[in-house]
Design a protein around this ligand. Structure first.
Ligand SMILES: [Zn+2]
Length: 443
């Protein structure tokens, strides 16, 4: 005898079967009926388990007496008796395998799921390219090295720099000499020994060399020399005036790409190294068109929280703030690109990693939502276990609504204030569906 028949007979016996059950029970499913009609009627009967009210369950009788009290039969009306030792630890008792909560209305957080890829934060990444052509004569760092701002990364031998340095040196010497000459002419003129025109000539020449010195110093800056570099050039030491240009780290960070090798000819525009500050990374993800409206109701400036996980650390949720939503949609994927900044001081996130996550959007809307773990399903019918009385829990069919970050919205079947089983609900399910679990020997 199948479950439905047993249930129907009991319900009929205690006079509580109505509606669909009464139809099935009054001979309408006689041979010759259309199979579709019969199937529909049986489907309605199946739906009864989980739809019974507490009163109906209390009235149900089985061949052994009260169904509720009967350890063999109570599962047929969707009731499970839970050993108190399994319930959540209250005052030091119990193991807490099974937990319950009181259902309540609350504001919701809509979670929009995204998939994405970790990339370096390009706002803190530098592609190093020399400003002048030259041959690399020394490389000071390897890929992966952590460098501080100002550290010398590599050194370049450059004819152009050598020329610029000697121009600058010549102009500096000439400016100095012409300055002394001007002072001498000025003093001669003041002593009425020299002519005024000689003094003015000397002054003009001095000014010309000063201008030329300024221009050649400017050129050294353009080529990448700092004020410090220039100050260190010692005119009395010929070797300090080499054409070697030290290329320094413009920011602190990690060398994440390196092409520079000794002896290589490099020129402006050619990448030699990529230096990135990996203290934060970007995650580029895509959201579907249908979710865009939800996102645009937020102000990016207020921050939109995002939670992400990567396969490398399945237990870890990385949290960040979305700070960019693309103005256009990607035609190939039909998604809109969004960018999230994630703190990465521990360097666990590596550019190139794929990640999955969700955008959390809190709303003012109040709904009745329950934890996902509380919601069970059997043959397409969703249900939860509600506390009935004492140690008894009743399968209660519900209609599920939208998914939220906190759980699943329940549209009907539950009311605020009801106690439901959350963790451990699957244990009750296996008990309630025991006829299915051991189908072979139950009949
Ligand atoms: Zn029984």
């Amino acid at each position: 005898m199948n479950t439905t028949k047993i249930l129907r007979n009991w319900l009929l016996a205690c006079g509580i079967a109505g509606g669909a059950l009464a139809v099935a029970g009054c001979g309408k499913t006689a041979p010759g009926d259309k199979p579709g009609v019969k199937a529909e009627a049986e489907e309605k009967q199946e739906a009864r388990v989980g739809d019974l009210t507490v009163e109906q369950v209390l009235r149900a009788k089985c061949p052994h007496g009260s169904t509720l009290e009967c350890a063999e039969c109570r599962y047929e009306v969707g009731v499970v008796k839970v050993d108190p030792s399994l319930m959540q630890a209250a005052e030091g008792a119990g193991t807490g395998l099974i937990k319950t909560i009181q259902v309540a209305q609350s504001t919701t957080t809509t979670a929009v799921s995204i998939t994405g890829e970790v990339r370096m934060n390009e706002n803190s990444a530098v592609h190093l390219s020399p400003r002048i052509p030259g041959v690399i004569c020394a490389v000071n760092v390897d890929i992966g090295a952590e460098v501080a701002k100002g550290d010398v990364l590599f050194t370049l031998d450059s004819v152009e720099l050598g020329q610029a340095l000697s121009d600058w040196e010549k102009n500096r010497a000439m400016a100095e000499l012409s300055g002394r000459n001007f002072q001498r002419e000025k003093s001669l003129y003041e002593k009425k020994v020299g002519s005024e025109s000689d003094m003015i000539d000397a002054q003009m020449r001095h000014q010309e060399y000063q201008i030329a010195l300024k221009a050649s110093e400017q050129k050294l800056h353009v080529l990448g020399l700092s004020d410090d570099d220039i100050a260190k050039i010692n005119p009395n030491r010929h070797d300090s005036l080499s054409g070697s240009l030290a290329v320094r780290a413009p920011i602190s960070g990690t060398i994440i790409d390196k092409h520079a090798v000794v002896g290589e000819l490099v020129e402006p525009g050619k990448d030699t190294m990529v230096l990135a500050d990996l203290n934060s990374v970007w995650v580029w993800g895509g959201v579907y068109e249908r979710d865009l409206d939800l996102l645009l109701k937020r102000k990016l400036a207020d921050g939109i929280a995002v939670e992400l996980s990567v396969p490398a650390y399945p237990q870890t949720l990385f949290r960040g703030q979305m700070n960019y939503i693309a103005a256009t949609m990607d035609e190939a994927t039909r998604t809109i690109k969004v960018r999230t900044v994630i703190d990465n001081k521990d360097r666990r996130l590596r550019p190139g990693m794929f990640c999955q996550g969700r955008i959390l959007l809190t709303t003012d809307e109040e709904v009745l939502a329950i934890p996902k773990v509380a919601l069970l399903s059997d043959e397409g019918v969703d249900f939860v276990f509600t506390h009935m009385q004492d140690d008894y829990y009743l399968r209660t069919n519900v209609k599920r609504g939208r998914d939220f970050a906190e759980g699943v919205e329940i549209l009907s079947g539950l009311a605020p204030g009801q106690q439901i089983v959350t963790e451990g609900a699957f244990v009750l399910k296996s008990d309630a569906l025991r006829s299915k679990m051991g189908a072979g020997c139950a009949d």
